[in-house]
Design a protein around this ligand. Structure first.
Ligand code: FES
Length: 164
Protein backbone atom coordinates (compact mmCIF):
# COMPACT_ATOMS: atom_id res chain seq x y z
CA UNK A 1 0.00 0.00 0.00
CA UNK A 2 1.34 3.41 -0.98
CA UNK A 3 0.67 6.36 1.27
CA UNK A 4 1.92 9.14 -0.94
CA UNK A 5 3.39 9.81 -4.31
CA UNK A 6 7.07 9.18 -3.81
CA UNK A 7 9.14 12.26 -4.01
CA UNK A 8 12.35 12.16 -5.95
CA UNK A 9 15.17 12.08 -3.52
CA UNK A 10 18.78 11.41 -4.39
CA UNK A 11 19.38 9.48 -1.17
CA UNK A 12 16.27 7.30 -1.29
CA UNK A 13 15.97 4.70 -4.03
CA UNK A 14 12.74 2.83 -4.96
CA UNK A 15 13.63 -0.22 -2.83
CA UNK A 16 14.15 2.04 0.16
CA UNK A 17 10.71 3.61 -0.36
CA UNK A 18 9.18 0.12 -0.40
CA UNK A 19 10.90 -0.77 2.87
CA UNK A 20 9.86 2.56 4.37
CA UNK A 21 6.23 1.87 3.48
CA UNK A 22 6.47 -1.56 5.09
CA UNK A 23 7.63 0.08 8.30
CA UNK A 24 4.79 2.61 8.18
CA UNK A 25 2.23 -0.15 7.46
CA UNK A 26 3.53 -2.17 10.42
CA UNK A 27 3.33 0.67 12.94
CA UNK A 28 0.69 3.10 11.71
CA UNK A 29 -2.10 1.86 13.99
CA UNK A 30 0.04 1.61 17.08
CA UNK A 31 -0.13 4.74 19.25
CA UNK A 32 3.20 6.30 20.23
CA UNK A 33 5.14 4.49 17.55
CA UNK A 34 6.52 7.55 15.73
CA UNK A 35 9.93 7.24 17.39
CA UNK A 36 10.20 3.62 16.27
CA UNK A 37 9.17 4.49 12.71
CA UNK A 38 11.68 7.35 12.55
CA UNK A 39 14.43 5.15 13.95
CA UNK A 40 13.77 2.29 11.52
CA UNK A 41 13.54 4.70 8.57
CA UNK A 42 16.77 6.39 9.65
CA UNK A 43 18.43 2.95 9.73
CA UNK A 44 17.55 2.62 6.04
CA UNK A 45 18.40 6.13 4.78
CA UNK A 46 21.00 6.94 7.49
CA UNK A 47 19.34 10.28 8.18
CA UNK A 48 15.89 11.86 7.98
CA UNK A 49 15.49 14.16 4.97
CA UNK A 50 12.45 16.45 5.17
CA UNK A 51 10.75 14.61 2.27
CA UNK A 52 10.91 11.43 4.31
CA UNK A 53 9.45 13.12 7.36
CA UNK A 54 6.55 14.44 5.26
CA UNK A 55 6.04 10.94 3.83
CA UNK A 56 5.99 9.41 7.32
CA UNK A 57 3.55 12.08 8.50
CA UNK A 58 1.13 11.24 5.66
CA UNK A 59 1.49 7.52 6.14
CA UNK A 60 1.03 7.66 9.89
CA UNK A 61 -1.70 10.33 9.59
CA UNK A 62 0.06 12.48 12.13
CA UNK A 63 0.65 16.24 11.63
CA UNK A 64 4.01 16.90 10.02
CA UNK A 65 4.85 19.39 12.79
CA UNK A 66 4.53 16.60 15.33
CA UNK A 67 6.82 14.25 13.39
CA UNK A 68 9.38 17.05 12.94
CA UNK A 69 9.05 17.78 16.65
CA UNK A 70 10.03 14.22 17.56
CA UNK A 71 12.82 14.09 14.97
CA UNK A 72 14.40 17.31 16.26
CA UNK A 73 13.93 16.53 19.96
CA UNK A 74 16.06 13.39 20.14
CA UNK A 75 19.77 13.71 19.51
CA UNK A 76 20.01 10.28 17.89
CA UNK A 77 17.99 11.52 14.94
CA UNK A 78 19.76 13.45 12.24
CA UNK A 79 18.08 15.69 9.70
CA UNK A 80 21.27 16.11 7.73
CA UNK A 81 23.30 13.46 5.88
CA UNK A 82 25.85 11.53 7.87
CA UNK A 83 29.22 10.32 6.68
CA UNK A 84 30.15 6.67 6.27
CA UNK A 85 32.40 7.07 9.30
CA UNK A 86 31.36 8.87 12.43
CA UNK A 87 34.23 10.65 14.15
CA UNK A 88 33.78 11.81 17.73
CA UNK A 89 36.33 14.11 19.30
CA UNK A 90 36.25 14.67 23.02
CA UNK A 91 36.11 18.32 24.02
CA UNK A 92 35.91 17.58 27.74
CA UNK A 93 38.33 19.26 30.13
CA UNK A 94 41.06 16.60 30.19
CA UNK A 95 41.14 16.32 26.42
CA UNK A 96 40.98 20.07 25.98
CA UNK A 97 43.93 20.63 28.30
CA UNK A 98 45.92 17.98 26.44
CA UNK A 99 45.36 19.70 23.11
CA UNK A 100 42.34 18.25 21.31
CA UNK A 101 41.81 21.69 19.76
CA UNK A 102 44.88 21.27 17.54
CA UNK A 103 43.54 17.90 16.39
CA UNK A 104 40.17 19.49 15.53
CA UNK A 105 41.95 22.25 13.62
CA UNK A 106 43.99 19.67 11.72
CA UNK A 107 40.82 17.75 10.77
CA UNK A 108 39.35 20.98 9.46
CA UNK A 109 42.54 21.82 7.59
CA UNK A 110 42.71 18.43 5.89
CA UNK A 111 39.04 17.56 5.30
CA UNK A 112 37.19 20.90 5.64
CA UNK A 113 35.19 19.21 8.34
CA UNK A 114 33.75 21.13 11.28
CA UNK A 115 32.06 19.83 14.41
CA UNK A 116 28.49 18.89 13.54
CA UNK A 117 29.36 18.64 9.85
CA UNK A 118 29.87 16.03 7.16
CA UNK A 119 32.45 16.03 4.37
CA UNK A 120 31.09 16.67 0.90
CA UNK A 121 31.92 13.13 -0.21
CA UNK A 122 30.11 11.80 2.91
CA UNK A 123 33.20 10.03 4.07
CA UNK A 124 33.25 11.50 7.58
CA UNK A 125 30.92 13.19 10.04
CA UNK A 126 32.43 14.97 13.01
CA UNK A 127 30.88 15.31 16.44
CA UNK A 128 32.25 17.05 19.49
CA UNK A 129 31.44 15.16 22.68
CA UNK A 130 31.79 16.16 26.35
CA UNK A 131 33.96 13.45 27.94
CA UNK A 132 34.02 10.00 26.44
CA UNK A 133 34.81 8.52 29.83
CA UNK A 134 38.39 7.66 28.97
CA UNK A 135 40.17 10.72 30.39
CA UNK A 136 43.28 8.67 31.18
CA UNK A 137 43.82 8.34 27.42
CA UNK A 138 43.31 12.06 26.69
CA UNK A 139 43.05 13.46 24.13
CA UNK A 140 40.54 10.92 22.86
CA UNK A 141 38.88 10.36 19.49
CA UNK A 142 36.45 7.62 18.48
CA UNK A 143 35.97 6.56 14.86
CA UNK A 144 32.85 4.43 14.54
CA UNK A 145 33.58 2.01 17.41
CA UNK A 146 37.39 2.35 17.47
CA UNK A 147 38.86 4.34 20.35
CA UNK A 148 42.11 6.28 19.88
CA UNK A 149 43.96 7.75 22.82
CA UNK A 150 46.72 10.36 22.87
CA UNK A 151 45.66 11.65 19.45
CA UNK A 152 47.50 14.63 18.12
CA UNK A 153 47.44 16.93 15.13
CA UNK A 154 50.35 14.88 13.75
CA UNK A 155 48.66 11.50 14.12
CA UNK A 156 45.04 12.28 13.32
CA UNK A 157 45.25 12.28 9.53
CA UNK A 158 47.17 9.01 9.55
CA UNK A 159 44.39 7.49 11.68
CA UNK A 160 41.55 8.84 9.56
CA UNK A 161 43.15 7.77 6.30
CA UNK A 162 42.53 4.15 7.36
CA UNK A 163 38.81 4.75 6.87
CA UNK A 164 37.61 4.84 3.29
S1 FES B 1 37.61 14.60 28.98
FE1 FES B 1 38.01 13.47 27.18
S2 FES B 1 37.63 11.46 27.76
FE2 FES B 1 37.15 12.57 29.52
Amino acid sequence: MKYAIYSQHPDINPEMWVDIDKIIAKWRHIPGSVITVLRECQDIVRYLPSELIVHISKGMQIPVSQVFGVATFYSFFSLTPKGRHNVKVCTGTACYVKGIKETINRIYGKYHLKEGGTTEDRRFSLEGVRCLGACGLAPVMVVNKDIYGAVSAEKVVQILEKYE
